[in-house]
Design a protein around this ligand. Sequence first.
Ligand SMILES: Cc1cc2nc3c(=O)[nH]c(=O)nc-3n(C[C@H](O)[C@H](O)[C@H](O)COP(=O)(O)O)c2cc1C
Length: 320
Amino acid sequence: MSGGLFDRCRLPVIGAPMFMVSRPALVIAQCRAGIIGAFPALNARSTGQLDGWLHEIRAALGQGDAPFAVNQILHRSNDRAAADLEVIVRHEVPVVITSLSNPAPVVEAVHRYGGTVLHDVIDTRHARKALDDGVDGLVALCAGAGGNTGRHNPFALVAGIREFHSGLLGLAGGISTGQGIAAACALGADFAYMGTRFIASSEADAPKAYKDAVVAAGIDDVVCTRAVTGVPASFLKASLAAAGLDADRLPGADGNMDFGAGGAGKAWRDIWSAGQSVAGVRGVATAAAIVDELETGFHEGRRRLSGAIKRPRCTFTAEG
Ligand SMILES: Cc1cc2nc3c(=O)[nH]c(=O)nc-3n(C[C@H](O)[C@H](O)[C@H](O)COP(=O)(O)O)c2cc1C
């Protein structure tokens, strides 16, 4: 896409794609509020519905709104990937976020119309591989993230990726405040990638009880486990308990939990995912109100970094 990715944004933020939670209403609200909104293509029940959603989003957004993004899960279990990509190309989706395996075919198709491809990575090996495959930028998925989480510390992973990548880089995992966005930028990231913060938004397609559980939860109420899906992912302990499971005594780490037929759907629908950033979620609000609050915090964070706001033992200026 021409110009900078965040030229039409109020904040350097992507509202991260969330399975079963991000649908057109949230994406449109995020883009109107001034951040990039995103949803997983697989949230649409079919490729035909994806086509309809892209029409809806295009029709709702104006020239002044932020661009939007679609997430493509590149896993062999996704038998819609090729058909969905055709629809994405037809709509010239401005930003495509790829997850899991080889993004090269997506890169080729999206670059043909001038779109941007970002790939999320959990370590430097995957980061180098994605760059070799031609992606335009990376999202560093760090420890504590909602959904399938990373395991590395954000300070270390951003520094590690910056050793060999000077291009576009986002930071994901644990960011719930504007101060966190400013901190991500101070670390060397170009943008923050925030999922959990938007589960408790009015426009998110999550049941009220899920949103309330995110609001009620603190950092210790989130558990990272392989037991639910087979890969490390973050879940609310309360939803595990409601499913009759003890978060401290989960079955083996091989994803062998028996959910019966349609287990994967139950894993996300009934066992609720959220990251450690629940700690910063105080209530349900519209996406616009959340972005307003993030902007206030972002500017405060920047003032603090510049030394204008001083606190005992919390400033790095010599006289502080
Ligand atoms: C409920 C939920 C569902 C998610 N589903 C997806 C998904 O379908 N595809 C994806 O790439 N990431 C998914 N994620 C991960 C987010 O895109 C993002 O990486 C993560 O939320 C960032 O960490 P945070 O939650 O601490 O902000 C999901 C996260 C949550 C909380």
